[in-house]
Design a protein around this ligand. Structure first.
Ligand code: IPE
Ligand code: IPE
Ligand code: MG
Length: 250
């Protein structure tokens, strides 16, 4: 459900019929952005948060169904505790400040990851955000918090297996497994963007990215402008996706 007309989408150099249904972003490079400016890493994370509004708004206006943002991985606990603390404080600040605008833009917030392991103040702010927006019908905004794809798949397999055992079955189907992923019911990822030039997936959406197109723009996340995002979408639209088949004749 795009807010932009087809005409507006065309004027941005995009074809509305070829837009990705699900975009996933590994927002990387906050620390290096700060270092480049002789600032503390926390300043990079803050600048990174400031980029969220534009990317979310554009995704929503273009009619992308799902946007998944990697905000904190299961491996990020390895960072110094003051950095983890900064990230948690920014999370609380973000949800507190932005929830009204997200709500009025019809965005539905879902948290993917084991957020129940976070401290109570973080948990309560994210639970409030999910609850407040649960009836919204626009962009599905998945924020990956304490997320790791291996843990997600293992969790889904265990939940599906438990159900199978209670039904007296000894195997699970792919559909059952998918039903227990955090992204159940959402389209699989069409486009994965990782900023900062790093070319790795870092335990993000391994199952959902099976046929995703990958883009690795050089900009650090705080420098990834709305225009850079549009450019990524234009590049995506030039890719030929075959899904194991053959090129369709034009
Ligand atoms: C990404 O930026 C943000 C998080 C992981 C939370 P980094 O903090 O990884 O930035 P670099 O990779 O050190 O530049
Ligand atoms: C991936 O970035 C996680 C997030 C962006 C939240 P990292 O900076 O943590 O990943 P590695 O350590 O470079 O693989
Ligand atoms: Mg990094």
């Amino acid at each position: 459900m795009a807010n932009y007309s087809e005409e507006q989408i065309r004027s941005l150099g995009l074809n509305s019929a070829l837009l990705p249904k699900h975009v996933a972003v590994i927002m990387d490079g906050n620390g290096r952005w700060a270092k480049q400016r002789h600032l503390p890493r926390s300043a990079g994370h803050r600048a990174g948060v400031d980029r969220l509004r534009g990317i979310i708004r554009l995704s929503s206006d273009l009619g992308v169904a799902s946007l998944t943002l990697y905000a904190f991985s299961t491996e990020n606990w390895k960072r110094p505790s003051d950095e983890v603390g900064t990230l948690m404080a920014l999370l609380i600040e973000y949800f507190t400040k932005e929830i009204d605008e997200l709500f009025s833009n019809n965005v539905r917030i879902r948290i993917i990851g084991a957020y129940e392991e976070f401290a109570a103040p973080v948990r309560s702010v994210i639970e409030r955000a999910m609850k407040r927006t649960q009836a919204n019908t626009g962009l599905n905004l998945n924020i990956a918090l304490n997320y790791g794809s291996r843990a997600e798949i293992l969790r889904a397999a265990n939940l599906a297996m438990r159900q199978a055992i209670s039904d007296g079955r000894s195997e699970i189907t792919a559909q059952e497994l998918e039903n227990y992923l955090y992204t159940a019911g959402q389209p699989e990822v069409d486009l994965l963007i990782r900023t900062s030039g790093e070319m790795r997936i870092s335990n993000f959406l391994l199952y959902q990215c099976s046929y995703a197109e990958f883009l690795f723009p050089e900009e650090y996340w705080p420098d990834f402008t709305d225009e850079a995002y549009l450019e990524a979408l234009r590049t995506y639209q030039k890719r030929s996706r075959r899904f194991g088949g053959l090129e369709e004749e034009a």
